[in-house]
Design a protein around this ligand. Structure first.
Ligand code: TEU
Ligand code: CA
Length: 551
């Protein structure tokens, strides 16, 4: 692979969740024209690539991750003509765009599935996974992973909602259809794909029951569909048939992938994908039993985990770096302090991530420090995962308060409230009624205010992005964790040729005295590259202080 084919190593990606980004026509739903209106804002931020969450035709059971037609645009978002216009406007500004590729499943309204369920000998029957009897797997969105279908008296597999039947990747005809569809979008000129749960596509052919303990209703099927038996073969085939033909960028969303798996997926010689999204650092504030069982983050766990990924992939594969996406709560509310130190902690978290090796992803609103929300009642929530979980836990006897507390801390709608563009009604997102309520903090936290304040989180992100372009060490350097067991400070160094960086981040609201001789003398000697306090480098770390030193 030629180095300039690896443009994505030097890029910063910005994720747009179109439904919540900008509404141009007052129907309360973000749309393609809304995105076009805001491209100059992204250009000002300085990102290189836009990841567009699904904009395809969909009945919206899972906000577009249930696709009815891969080659049509969702009506609420616009037309194919407007998509072409968006693509032109993106490229005109020197930006690139990657699209979501959701091919573990389709919508149950996709014509393949409509055909598939008609009869056992329908030519599309084998595009999906049908069985006479279900196994014990549970769905990610609660309940069984199997749904009975009356027409043929069989069950189909759906790892997510019952309106998201899983595709059968064992079928070579299905694989060819997917590759043709990918070519359709690449021929339009898009610059790559973000691949939804792509390491789920190869299921163990026997679909064995999963382990389940007595209190649980369903078994854990993940050992039989995560990183399954033919996954590397399928990804290599996709690479050879489609991706290798042009210098595109690919990132595979891969829950349950270890660093060793990641090396296999991203080693350039194996020709699979460029990078993956790991989930390990997002699972550290969950107790056993999954994300809704809350546990406070213990900082040394986070340090150990991220350090493990940094060192394991160095010179072997490639990392992606993220705190946020449309499935995760807002990072400033999660690992920072969204009350007294919102600005400081948002900048600290950004510093901690953006000086690591890998391709950073910024999720819409992160660059202005948007926070989690607490809606009063379940009816205000829109996410199918949240709603199904609420009913399941309620029926198991959990209290309303406990469940709502889990939703406030972990629910996906935290990330999906509209972008707060200004302090006018609905945060300037829409002139109509937004599809989900705007975060009430929009009067204080919004893009307009951020752009008017030279010390805003926005300009800090702008600086971090620019630094990545200036300093090769950020892209190329080795990584070494410092103060490994310190409970409040996340510190590391990067080295490359004669260059040396030290990154110090205080994850607490107390002032921390640095008492390591060696580090103290470096703090005297080295230059400050960036800091989130006006007067950098006092030899201590103030609440949520981040400082980067260079020699
Ligand atoms: O998510 C996959 C996934 O396993 C989790 O992130 C999951 O959505 C949930 O947050 C676990 O608690 C991808 C998409 O990013 C997500 O939006 C979709 O709902 C899902 O796949 C199905 O397409
Ligand atoms: Ca609209």
């Amino acid at each position: 692979m030629k180095m300039n084919d690896q443009w994505w190593k030097k890029s910063v990606v910005y994720q747009i969740y179109p439904r919540s980004f900008m509404d141009s026509n007052g129907d309360g739903i973000g749309d393609l024209q809304g995105i076009i209106q805001k491209l100059d804002y992204l250009k000002l931020l300085g990102v290189d690539v836009i990841w567009l969450s699904p904009v395809y035709d969909s009945p919206n059971d899972d906000n577009g991750y249930d696709i009815r037609n891969y080659q049509a645009i969702m009506k609420e978002f616009g037309t194919m003509g407007e998509f072409d216009q968006l693509l032109t406007e993106i490229h005109k500004r020197g930006l690139k765009v990657i699209m979501d590729l959701v091919v573990n499943h389709t919508s149950d309204e996709h014509e393949w599935f409509v055909e598939s369920k008609k009869s056992k000998d329908n030519p599309y029957r084998d595009y999906y996974i049908w069985r006479e009897e279900p196994n014990n797997w549970g769905s990610v969105f609660s309940g069984s992973a199997w749904e009975h279908d009356e027409t043929t008296n069989e069950y189909y597999l759906h790892l997510f909602s019952k309106k998201q039947p899983d595709l059968n990747w064992e079928n070579p005809k299905l694989r060819q259809e997917v590759y043709q569809m990918m070519k359709f979008w690449l021929d339009k000129g898009i610059d790559g794909f973000r691949m939804d749960v792509i390491n789920f596509i190869s299921k163990h052919p026997d679909l064995p029951d999963g382990v389940k303990d007595e209190q649980q209703q369903y078994g854990d099927g993940s050992p039989y569909f995560m990183n399954g038996p033919r996954i590397h073969e399928f990804l290599h085939e996709m690479n050879q048939e489609v991706l290798s033909k042009s210098p595109v960028m690919t990132v595979g969303e891969m829950p349950g992938a270890s660093p060793e798996d990641a090396i296999q997926y991203t080693d350039p010689n194996r020709e699979e994908v460029n990078m993956i999204f790991t989930f390990e650092h997002m699972d550290l504030d969950s107790a056993p039993g999954g994300k809704w069982n809350l546990k406070p983050l213990y900082l040394p766990d986070l340090k150990e985990n991220l350090a493990k990924w940094q060192t394991a992939l160095h010179n072997k594969g490639w990392n992606s770096l993220y705190w946020n996406n449309h499935d995760q709560p807002r990072i400033v509310s999660r690992f920072g302090d969204d009350q007294d130190y919102r600005v400081e902690s948002a900048k600290m978290l950004a510093t901690c991530l953006h000086f690591m090796q890998g391709t950073p992803y910024i999720y819409q609103g992160e660059e202005i420090g948007m926070t989690n929300v607490k809606f009063d009642c379940l009816e205000d929530y829109r996410d199918i995962e949240t709603i199904n979980m609420y009913h399941e836990r309620k029926s198991l006897g959990n209290s309303h308060e406990d469940i709502m507390n889990s939703i406030y801390t972990k629910g996906r709608d935290n990330a999906r409230t509209p972008i707060q563009w200004d302090d006018s009604e609905n945060g300037g997102f829409t002139s109509g009624k937004p599809w989900i309520q705007v975060n009430p903090r929009y009067k204080e936290i919004n893009v307009k205010a951020a752009l008017e304040d030279p010390n805003s989180i926005f300009y800090f992100y702008q600086k971090l992005i620019a630094l990545r372009r200036e300093l090769d060490i950020i892209v190329e350097g080795s990584f070494q964790l410092l103060l490994k067991d310190h409970p409040e400070i996340f510190a590391y160094e990067r080295k490359w040729q004669d260059d040396h960086l030290i990154v110090l981040c205080n994850f607490s609201s107390s002032e921390i005295v640095i008492d390591e001789e060696d580090l103290l003398s470096k703090m005297q000697e080295y230059q400050v590259v960036i800091s989130n306090y006006e007067q950098g480098n006092k030899g201590t770390l103030r609440p949520y202080e981040a400082i980067v030193l260079r020699k």
